[in-house]
Design a protein around this ligand. Structure first.
Ligand code: FCB
Length: 465
Protein backbone atom coordinates (compact mmCIF):
# COMPACT_ATOMS: atom_id res chain seq x y z
CA UNK A 1 0.00 0.00 0.00
CA UNK A 2 1.24 3.46 -0.91
CA UNK A 3 -0.29 6.34 1.00
CA UNK A 4 -0.24 10.05 0.19
CA UNK A 5 0.03 12.73 2.88
CA UNK A 6 -3.11 13.50 4.89
CA UNK A 7 -5.33 16.04 3.21
CA UNK A 8 -3.80 15.41 -0.24
CA UNK A 9 -6.16 16.92 -2.82
CA UNK A 10 -7.47 14.52 -5.47
CA UNK A 11 -9.23 16.19 -8.33
CA UNK A 12 -9.59 16.90 -12.02
CA UNK A 13 -8.93 19.92 -14.22
CA UNK A 14 -10.82 21.69 -17.00
CA UNK A 15 -10.94 25.10 -18.69
CA UNK A 16 -14.02 27.11 -19.63
CA UNK A 17 -13.68 27.26 -23.43
CA UNK A 18 -12.94 23.57 -23.70
CA UNK A 19 -16.13 22.46 -21.92
CA UNK A 20 -18.66 25.29 -21.60
CA UNK A 21 -20.34 25.88 -24.94
CA UNK A 22 -21.25 29.23 -23.37
CA UNK A 23 -24.32 30.47 -25.31
CA UNK A 24 -23.46 34.14 -24.80
CA UNK A 25 -19.93 33.66 -26.09
CA UNK A 26 -21.03 31.72 -29.12
CA UNK A 27 -23.85 34.13 -30.01
CA UNK A 28 -21.52 37.11 -29.76
CA UNK A 29 -18.15 35.55 -30.71
CA UNK A 30 -16.72 37.70 -27.96
CA UNK A 31 -13.45 35.79 -27.57
CA UNK A 32 -10.44 35.41 -29.86
CA UNK A 33 -10.82 31.62 -29.68
CA UNK A 34 -14.50 31.49 -30.61
CA UNK A 35 -13.68 33.68 -33.62
CA UNK A 36 -10.60 31.60 -34.48
CA UNK A 37 -12.62 28.36 -34.69
CA UNK A 38 -14.84 29.79 -37.41
CA UNK A 39 -11.96 29.85 -39.91
CA UNK A 40 -11.63 26.72 -42.02
CA UNK A 41 -8.30 25.00 -41.49
CA UNK A 42 -7.73 26.18 -37.94
CA UNK A 43 -9.12 23.06 -36.27
CA UNK A 44 -7.77 19.67 -37.35
CA UNK A 45 -11.05 17.74 -37.31
CA UNK A 46 -13.20 20.68 -38.52
CA UNK A 47 -15.07 20.84 -35.22
CA UNK A 48 -15.53 23.82 -32.91
CA UNK A 49 -16.32 24.50 -29.26
CA UNK A 50 -19.79 25.95 -29.85
CA UNK A 51 -21.36 23.07 -27.99
CA UNK A 52 -18.35 21.30 -26.40
CA UNK A 53 -19.64 19.56 -23.22
CA UNK A 54 -22.48 22.04 -22.65
CA UNK A 55 -21.02 22.42 -19.18
CA UNK A 56 -22.54 25.89 -18.96
CA UNK A 57 -25.98 24.28 -18.57
CA UNK A 58 -25.02 20.85 -17.28
CA UNK A 59 -22.67 21.78 -14.47
CA UNK A 60 -24.93 20.54 -11.66
CA UNK A 61 -25.02 16.99 -13.06
CA UNK A 62 -21.29 17.13 -13.74
CA UNK A 63 -20.52 18.18 -10.19
CA UNK A 64 -22.64 15.29 -8.98
CA UNK A 65 -20.57 12.93 -11.12
CA UNK A 66 -17.33 14.45 -9.86
CA UNK A 67 -18.50 13.80 -6.35
CA UNK A 68 -19.53 10.22 -7.14
CA UNK A 69 -15.96 9.68 -8.32
CA UNK A 70 -14.72 10.75 -4.87
CA UNK A 71 -12.97 13.82 -6.26
CA UNK A 72 -12.58 16.67 -3.81
CA UNK A 73 -10.94 19.30 -6.01
CA UNK A 74 -11.96 20.85 -9.32
CA UNK A 75 -9.98 23.19 -11.53
CA UNK A 76 -12.01 25.45 -13.78
CA UNK A 77 -11.46 28.78 -15.49
CA UNK A 78 -13.58 31.91 -15.65
CA UNK A 79 -14.64 33.14 -19.04
CA UNK A 80 -12.98 36.57 -19.15
CA UNK A 81 -14.49 37.32 -22.62
CA UNK A 82 -18.07 36.76 -21.42
CA UNK A 83 -17.52 38.45 -18.07
CA UNK A 84 -16.15 41.54 -19.82
CA UNK A 85 -17.40 41.37 -23.40
CA UNK A 86 -16.90 45.04 -24.21
CA UNK A 87 -14.38 47.79 -23.56
CA UNK A 88 -14.33 49.64 -20.26
CA UNK A 89 -13.26 53.17 -19.59
CA UNK A 90 -10.21 53.01 -17.29
CA UNK A 91 -11.61 55.89 -15.19
CA UNK A 92 -14.89 54.09 -14.56
CA UNK A 93 -15.66 50.82 -12.77
CA UNK A 94 -15.05 47.67 -14.84
CA UNK A 95 -18.00 46.92 -17.13
CA UNK A 96 -19.21 43.39 -16.53
CA UNK A 97 -21.96 41.13 -17.75
CA UNK A 98 -23.97 40.53 -14.56
CA UNK A 99 -25.62 37.36 -15.80
CA UNK A 100 -22.23 35.76 -16.35
CA UNK A 101 -21.00 36.98 -12.97
CA UNK A 102 -23.99 35.28 -11.33
CA UNK A 103 -23.45 32.13 -13.35
CA UNK A 104 -19.98 31.64 -11.88
CA UNK A 105 -21.23 32.44 -8.41
CA UNK A 106 -23.77 29.62 -8.74
CA UNK A 107 -21.18 27.23 -10.12
CA UNK A 108 -18.66 27.97 -7.37
CA UNK A 109 -21.37 27.77 -4.71
CA UNK A 110 -22.53 24.39 -6.02
CA UNK A 111 -18.96 23.08 -5.78
CA UNK A 112 -18.56 24.43 -2.28
CA UNK A 113 -21.82 22.81 -1.16
CA UNK A 114 -20.44 19.45 -2.28
CA UNK A 115 -17.24 20.03 -0.32
CA UNK A 116 -15.16 20.28 -3.50
CA UNK A 117 -12.17 22.64 -3.37
CA UNK A 118 -11.91 25.07 -6.26
CA UNK A 119 -8.82 26.00 -8.23
CA UNK A 120 -9.81 28.90 -10.47
CA UNK A 121 -7.85 30.17 -13.47
CA UNK A 122 -8.38 33.71 -14.71
CA UNK A 123 -6.81 33.43 -18.14
CA UNK A 124 -6.81 30.06 -19.87
CA UNK A 125 -5.76 31.02 -23.42
CA UNK A 126 -8.88 33.09 -24.30
CA UNK A 127 -8.88 36.87 -24.62
CA UNK A 128 -11.89 39.15 -24.97
CA UNK A 129 -12.12 39.87 -28.69
CA UNK A 130 -11.99 43.65 -28.18
CA UNK A 131 -8.63 43.29 -26.39
CA UNK A 132 -7.30 40.83 -28.97
CA UNK A 133 -8.19 43.40 -31.64
CA UNK A 134 -6.14 46.02 -29.78
CA UNK A 135 -3.07 43.78 -29.94
CA UNK A 136 -3.80 41.31 -27.12
CA UNK A 137 -0.69 40.65 -25.05
CA UNK A 138 1.23 43.20 -27.13
CA UNK A 139 -0.76 45.89 -25.42
CA UNK A 140 -0.56 47.45 -21.96
CA UNK A 141 -4.36 47.85 -22.08
CA UNK A 142 -4.72 44.05 -21.84
CA UNK A 143 -2.41 44.00 -18.82
CA UNK A 144 -4.42 46.71 -17.06
CA UNK A 145 -7.76 45.13 -17.89
CA UNK A 146 -6.51 41.79 -16.59
CA UNK A 147 -5.59 43.34 -13.26
CA UNK A 148 -9.05 44.92 -13.06
CA UNK A 149 -10.70 41.59 -13.80
CA UNK A 150 -8.58 39.92 -11.08
CA UNK A 151 -9.59 42.46 -8.46
CA UNK A 152 -13.24 42.31 -9.49
CA UNK A 153 -13.56 38.51 -9.30
CA UNK A 154 -11.50 38.32 -6.10
CA UNK A 155 -14.05 40.66 -4.50
CA UNK A 156 -17.10 38.91 -5.97
CA UNK A 157 -16.05 35.35 -5.23
CA UNK A 158 -14.19 35.79 -1.96
CA UNK A 159 -14.71 32.68 0.16
CA UNK A 160 -15.72 30.57 -2.85
CA UNK A 161 -12.24 30.08 -4.34
CA UNK A 162 -9.58 28.00 -2.59
CA UNK A 163 -6.72 28.55 -5.03
CA UNK A 164 -6.30 31.15 -7.74
CA UNK A 165 -4.27 30.73 -10.90
CA UNK A 166 -3.71 33.97 -12.76
CA UNK A 167 -2.47 32.64 -16.09
CA UNK A 168 -2.40 29.17 -17.57
CA UNK A 169 0.84 28.12 -19.28
CA UNK A 170 2.06 31.51 -20.50
CA UNK A 171 4.86 30.03 -22.56
CA UNK A 172 2.57 27.57 -24.31
CA UNK A 173 0.30 30.46 -25.29
CA UNK A 174 3.25 32.48 -26.58
CA UNK A 175 4.81 29.56 -28.44
CA UNK A 176 1.59 28.44 -30.14
CA UNK A 177 0.43 31.99 -30.91
CA UNK A 178 3.65 33.75 -31.97
CA UNK A 179 6.16 31.09 -32.98
CA UNK A 180 4.10 28.25 -34.44
CA UNK A 181 1.09 30.34 -35.40
CA UNK A 182 -1.43 27.59 -34.74
CA UNK A 183 -3.43 29.49 -32.08
CA UNK A 184 -4.58 33.10 -31.97
CA UNK A 185 -3.16 35.54 -32.93
CA UNK A 186 -1.72 33.13 -35.49
CA UNK A 187 1.72 34.70 -36.00
CA UNK A 188 4.67 32.56 -37.10
CA UNK A 189 8.30 33.05 -36.08
CA UNK A 190 7.52 36.45 -34.56
CA UNK A 191 10.17 36.45 -31.85
CA UNK A 192 10.00 40.09 -30.96
CA UNK A 193 6.24 39.93 -30.43
CA UNK A 194 6.68 36.68 -28.51
CA UNK A 195 9.16 38.31 -26.14
CA UNK A 196 6.98 41.41 -25.69
CA UNK A 197 4.07 39.14 -24.75
CA UNK A 198 6.24 37.35 -22.22
CA UNK A 199 7.05 40.62 -20.51
CA UNK A 200 3.40 41.68 -20.53
CA UNK A 201 2.22 38.30 -19.25
CA UNK A 202 4.70 38.56 -16.36
CA UNK A 203 3.44 42.01 -15.61
CA UNK A 204 -0.19 40.88 -15.85
CA UNK A 205 0.53 38.07 -13.43
CA UNK A 206 2.21 40.42 -10.97
CA UNK A 207 -0.63 42.96 -11.09
CA UNK A 208 -3.27 40.25 -10.74
CA UNK A 209 -1.39 38.72 -7.81
CA UNK A 210 -1.39 42.08 -6.02
CA UNK A 211 -4.99 42.84 -6.99
CA UNK A 212 -6.31 39.55 -5.56
CA UNK A 213 -4.38 40.12 -2.34
CA UNK A 214 -5.86 43.60 -1.95
CA UNK A 215 -9.29 41.97 -1.76
CA UNK A 216 -8.18 38.92 0.18
CA UNK A 217 -4.78 39.02 1.87
CA UNK A 218 -5.05 35.29 2.73
CA UNK A 219 -5.69 34.23 -0.89
CA UNK A 220 -3.45 31.54 -2.37
CA UNK A 221 -2.36 32.69 -5.78
CA UNK A 222 -0.05 31.25 -8.43
CA UNK A 223 0.04 30.65 -12.20
CA UNK A 224 0.16 27.27 -13.96
CA UNK A 225 3.50 26.41 -15.51
CA UNK A 226 3.85 23.76 -18.16
CA UNK A 227 7.20 21.97 -17.84
CA UNK A 228 8.75 19.58 -20.31
CA UNK A 229 12.16 18.00 -20.10
CA UNK A 230 13.89 18.69 -23.45
CA UNK A 231 16.49 16.29 -24.81
CA UNK A 232 18.65 16.81 -27.93
CA UNK A 233 17.92 14.28 -30.66
CA UNK A 234 21.62 13.66 -31.14
CA UNK A 235 23.44 14.29 -27.93
CA UNK A 236 26.72 14.76 -29.81
CA UNK A 237 25.30 17.51 -32.00
CA UNK A 238 26.07 21.02 -30.68
CA UNK A 239 23.15 22.37 -32.71
CA UNK A 240 20.62 19.94 -31.21
CA UNK A 241 22.13 20.70 -27.81
CA UNK A 242 21.74 24.41 -28.41
CA UNK A 243 18.04 24.27 -29.31
CA UNK A 244 17.24 22.07 -26.31
CA UNK A 245 19.17 24.50 -24.09
CA UNK A 246 17.09 27.44 -25.37
CA UNK A 247 13.85 25.55 -25.01
CA UNK A 248 14.63 24.55 -21.45
CA UNK A 249 15.87 27.98 -20.49
CA UNK A 250 12.95 29.89 -21.98
CA UNK A 251 9.99 27.49 -22.01
CA UNK A 252 10.62 26.00 -18.55
CA UNK A 253 12.70 28.44 -16.56
CA UNK A 254 11.99 31.93 -17.80
CA UNK A 255 8.75 32.51 -15.90
CA UNK A 256 9.68 30.93 -12.56
CA UNK A 257 13.13 32.52 -12.70
CA UNK A 258 11.67 35.97 -13.33
CA UNK A 259 9.20 35.57 -10.48
CA UNK A 260 11.95 34.35 -8.20
CA UNK A 261 14.20 37.31 -8.90
CA UNK A 262 11.57 39.93 -9.78
CA UNK A 263 13.30 40.68 -13.06
CA UNK A 264 13.15 39.39 -16.65
CA UNK A 265 16.36 38.12 -18.25
CA UNK A 266 16.81 36.26 -21.51
CA UNK A 267 19.59 33.71 -21.98
CA UNK A 268 22.87 34.58 -23.68
CA UNK A 269 23.33 35.29 -26.59
CA UNK A 270 19.70 36.28 -27.29
CA UNK A 271 20.17 39.16 -24.85
CA UNK A 272 22.84 40.67 -27.10
CA UNK A 273 20.15 41.88 -29.47
CA UNK A 274 19.05 45.41 -28.55
CA UNK A 275 15.32 44.66 -29.00
CA UNK A 276 15.59 41.75 -26.60
CA UNK A 277 17.83 43.62 -24.19
CA UNK A 278 15.35 46.47 -23.83
CA UNK A 279 12.67 44.08 -22.59
CA UNK A 280 14.87 42.91 -19.75
CA UNK A 281 14.82 44.31 -16.25
CA UNK A 282 12.72 44.46 -13.07
CA UNK A 283 8.94 44.18 -13.20
CA UNK A 284 6.93 45.90 -10.54
CA UNK A 285 5.40 43.56 -7.94
CA UNK A 286 6.78 40.43 -9.59
CA UNK A 287 9.25 39.17 -7.03
CA UNK A 288 7.88 36.25 -4.95
CA UNK A 289 4.42 36.69 -6.47
CA UNK A 290 3.39 33.07 -5.92
CA UNK A 291 1.97 31.42 -2.79
CA UNK A 292 2.30 27.89 -4.18
CA UNK A 293 3.65 26.27 -7.34
CA UNK A 294 1.26 24.87 -9.93
CA UNK A 295 2.72 22.37 -12.33
CA UNK A 296 1.26 21.00 -15.56
CA UNK A 297 3.24 18.02 -16.76
CA UNK A 298 2.53 15.67 -19.67
CA UNK A 299 5.63 14.56 -21.49
CA UNK A 300 9.20 15.20 -22.52
CA UNK A 301 10.28 16.44 -25.93
CA UNK A 302 13.17 15.50 -28.16
CA UNK A 303 14.39 18.47 -30.14
CA UNK A 304 16.36 19.01 -33.24
CA UNK A 305 17.98 21.97 -34.97
CA UNK A 306 15.81 23.28 -37.80
CA UNK A 307 18.03 23.36 -40.92
CA UNK A 308 15.14 24.77 -42.96
CA UNK A 309 14.84 27.72 -40.61
CA UNK A 310 18.22 28.11 -38.89
CA UNK A 311 17.20 31.37 -37.17
CA UNK A 312 14.71 29.52 -35.03
CA UNK A 313 16.37 29.30 -31.59
CA UNK A 314 13.87 26.65 -30.55
CA UNK A 315 14.40 24.21 -33.44
CA UNK A 316 11.75 21.60 -34.16
CA UNK A 317 10.23 18.72 -32.31
CA UNK A 318 11.74 15.43 -33.35
CA UNK A 319 9.91 12.09 -33.52
CA UNK A 320 9.48 10.29 -30.20
CA UNK A 321 12.32 8.00 -29.17
CA UNK A 322 10.32 4.78 -29.46
CA UNK A 323 11.32 3.84 -25.93
CA UNK A 324 8.06 4.87 -24.27
CA UNK A 325 4.33 4.60 -24.93
CA UNK A 326 3.09 7.50 -27.03
CA UNK A 327 -0.45 8.90 -26.77
CA UNK A 328 -2.69 10.24 -29.53
CA UNK A 329 -1.06 13.70 -29.24
CA UNK A 330 2.29 12.03 -30.03
CA UNK A 331 3.35 12.64 -26.41
CA UNK A 332 5.66 10.12 -24.74
CA UNK A 333 4.61 8.79 -21.31
CA UNK A 334 7.74 9.74 -19.44
CA UNK A 335 7.07 9.66 -15.70
CA UNK A 336 10.80 9.60 -14.90
CA UNK A 337 10.90 13.18 -16.11
CA UNK A 338 8.23 14.23 -13.64
CA UNK A 339 10.18 12.86 -10.70
CA UNK A 340 13.41 14.44 -11.91
CA UNK A 341 11.86 17.81 -12.42
CA UNK A 342 10.12 17.83 -9.04
CA UNK A 343 13.27 16.80 -7.22
CA UNK A 344 15.96 18.55 -9.31
CA UNK A 345 14.99 21.01 -12.07
CA UNK A 346 12.42 22.90 -10.00
CA UNK A 347 14.58 22.93 -6.90
CA UNK A 348 15.67 26.58 -7.29
CA UNK A 349 12.01 27.61 -6.94
CA UNK A 350 10.92 25.41 -4.02
CA UNK A 351 11.63 28.24 -1.61
CA UNK A 352 10.92 31.86 -2.38
CA UNK A 353 13.44 34.64 -1.72
CA UNK A 354 12.06 35.04 1.81
CA UNK A 355 12.73 31.38 2.56
CA UNK A 356 9.05 30.34 2.43
CA UNK A 357 8.61 26.77 1.23
CA UNK A 358 6.04 26.71 -1.55
CA UNK A 359 3.71 23.71 -1.72
CA UNK A 360 3.31 22.20 -5.18
CA UNK A 361 0.03 21.17 -6.78
CA UNK A 362 0.06 19.17 -10.00
CA UNK A 363 -2.60 21.17 -11.81
CA UNK A 364 -2.64 19.07 -15.03
CA UNK A 365 -1.39 15.65 -16.10
CA UNK A 366 -3.14 13.36 -18.54
CA UNK A 367 -3.22 10.95 -21.45
CA UNK A 368 -5.01 11.42 -24.79
CA UNK A 369 -6.76 8.91 -26.99
CA UNK A 370 -8.47 9.83 -30.23
CA UNK A 371 -12.01 9.08 -31.42
CA UNK A 372 -14.12 11.03 -33.92
CA UNK A 373 -16.41 13.69 -32.48
CA UNK A 374 -19.44 12.02 -34.10
CA UNK A 375 -19.22 8.83 -31.98
CA UNK A 376 -22.37 8.23 -29.96
CA UNK A 377 -23.19 5.55 -27.40
CA UNK A 378 -21.56 2.13 -27.51
CA UNK A 379 -18.73 0.50 -25.69
CA UNK A 380 -15.94 2.30 -27.52
CA UNK A 381 -13.06 3.56 -25.47
CA UNK A 382 -14.46 2.76 -22.04
CA UNK A 383 -11.63 0.33 -21.47
CA UNK A 384 -8.51 2.51 -21.35
CA UNK A 385 -5.58 0.54 -19.92
CA UNK A 386 -3.04 3.03 -21.36
CA UNK A 387 -4.58 5.88 -19.39
CA UNK A 388 -4.55 3.74 -16.25
CA UNK A 389 -0.87 2.89 -16.81
CA UNK A 390 -0.09 6.58 -17.37
CA UNK A 391 -1.91 7.63 -14.21
CA UNK A 392 -0.27 4.93 -12.14
CA UNK A 393 3.28 5.63 -13.29
CA UNK A 394 2.88 9.39 -12.77
CA UNK A 395 1.31 8.98 -9.34
CA UNK A 396 4.16 6.68 -8.33
CA UNK A 397 6.66 9.29 -9.56
CA UNK A 398 4.90 11.94 -7.46
CA UNK A 399 4.87 9.66 -4.45
CA UNK A 400 8.61 9.06 -4.81
CA UNK A 401 9.20 12.80 -4.96
CA UNK A 402 7.15 13.25 -1.77
CA UNK A 403 9.28 10.58 -0.10
CA UNK A 404 12.34 12.51 -1.30
CA UNK A 405 11.10 15.51 0.67
CA UNK A 406 9.20 17.54 -1.93
CA UNK A 407 6.06 19.20 -0.57
CA UNK A 408 3.36 18.13 -3.03
CA UNK A 409 -0.17 18.68 -1.78
CA UNK A 410 -2.51 17.80 -4.64
CA UNK A 411 -3.02 16.22 -8.04
CA UNK A 412 -5.54 17.21 -10.72
CA UNK A 413 -5.95 14.87 -13.66
CA UNK A 414 -6.46 16.51 -17.06
CA UNK A 415 -9.25 16.17 -17.81
CA UNK A 416 -12.49 15.37 -16.06
CA UNK A 417 -14.44 15.19 -19.35
CA UNK A 418 -13.50 14.64 -22.97
CA UNK A 419 -13.48 18.16 -24.37
CA UNK A 420 -12.39 20.58 -27.09
CA UNK A 421 -8.64 20.21 -27.42
CA UNK A 422 -7.82 23.55 -29.11
CA UNK A 423 -6.39 23.13 -32.63
CA UNK A 424 -6.87 19.35 -32.37
CA UNK A 425 -10.61 19.71 -31.89
CA UNK A 426 -13.07 17.32 -30.28
CA UNK A 427 -11.44 14.13 -31.49
CA UNK A 428 -8.60 14.32 -28.93
CA UNK A 429 -9.93 12.78 -25.74
CA UNK A 430 -8.26 13.22 -22.40
CA UNK A 431 -11.33 12.47 -20.27
CA UNK A 432 -11.71 10.20 -17.29
CA UNK A 433 -15.32 10.51 -18.37
CA UNK A 434 -16.20 9.84 -21.99
CA UNK A 435 -18.48 12.36 -23.64
CA UNK A 436 -20.55 11.26 -26.63
CA UNK A 437 -20.80 14.75 -28.13
CA UNK A 438 -23.92 14.27 -30.32
CA UNK A 439 -26.00 13.14 -27.31
CA UNK A 440 -23.87 14.71 -24.54
CA UNK A 441 -24.03 11.45 -22.60
CA UNK A 442 -21.30 11.07 -19.99
CA UNK A 443 -19.90 7.62 -19.13
CA UNK A 444 -16.98 7.10 -16.74
CA UNK A 445 -14.14 5.13 -18.28
CA UNK A 446 -12.30 2.37 -16.43
CA UNK A 447 -9.62 4.93 -15.61
CA UNK A 448 -12.26 7.01 -13.78
CA UNK A 449 -13.16 4.03 -11.59
CA UNK A 450 -9.47 3.32 -11.03
CA UNK A 451 -8.81 6.94 -10.05
CA UNK A 452 -11.91 7.09 -7.82
CA UNK A 453 -10.50 4.09 -5.93
CA UNK A 454 -7.21 5.91 -5.36
CA UNK A 455 -8.96 9.07 -4.19
CA UNK A 456 -11.15 7.05 -1.80
CA UNK A 457 -8.21 5.55 0.11
CA UNK A 458 -5.70 8.38 -0.48
CA UNK A 459 -3.28 6.00 -2.16
CA UNK A 460 -2.75 2.81 -4.12
CA UNK A 461 -3.40 -0.64 -2.65
CA UNK A 462 -3.12 -4.19 -4.01
CA UNK A 463 -6.13 -3.68 -6.29
CA UNK A 464 -4.65 -0.58 -7.95
CA UNK A 465 -0.91 -1.39 -7.87
C1 FCB B 1 -2.47 21.96 -21.65
C2 FCB B 1 -3.59 22.97 -21.58
C3 FCB B 1 -4.97 22.36 -21.48
C4 FCB B 1 -5.10 21.13 -22.36
C5 FCB B 1 -3.95 20.18 -22.14
C6 FCB B 1 -4.03 18.90 -22.94
O1 FCB B 1 -1.36 22.53 -22.26
O2 FCB B 1 -3.43 23.79 -20.45
O3 FCB B 1 -5.90 23.35 -21.78
O4 FCB B 1 -5.26 21.49 -23.65
O5 FCB B 1 -2.74 20.84 -22.42
Amino acid sequence: MITFPDGFLWGAATSHFQIEGNPFEIANRCSDWSAWTTVEGHIADHTNADQACEFYNRYLDDIELLSQLNLKAFRLSLNWPTLCPGPSNINEPLKVNREQVEHYRKLLTALKKKGIKTIVTLYHFCLPKHLADLGGWQSQVTVDEFARLAQFVAREYKGLVDYWLTINEPLVQVYQGYIKGVWPPGLKHCYKEAFISIRNLLSAHAYAYQAIHIEDPQAKVSYAMHWRPFAPRNKFSPLDQMVSYFRNNIFNHLFPRSIHTGSLTFPFPLDLQPEVKELEGPISGLKNSVDYLALNYYTREICQFNYQFPFDPFGIKSAASGQWTVDAMGWESYSLGLHKLLTEEMLPYHFDKNGRELPIIITENGYASSFPAQMTEGDWSLDDPERIAYLKSHLLAIHRAIKDGVKITGYLYWSFLDNFEWADGLQMRFGLVRVAFPTQKRTPRKSAIFYAGIAAINGLDDSTM
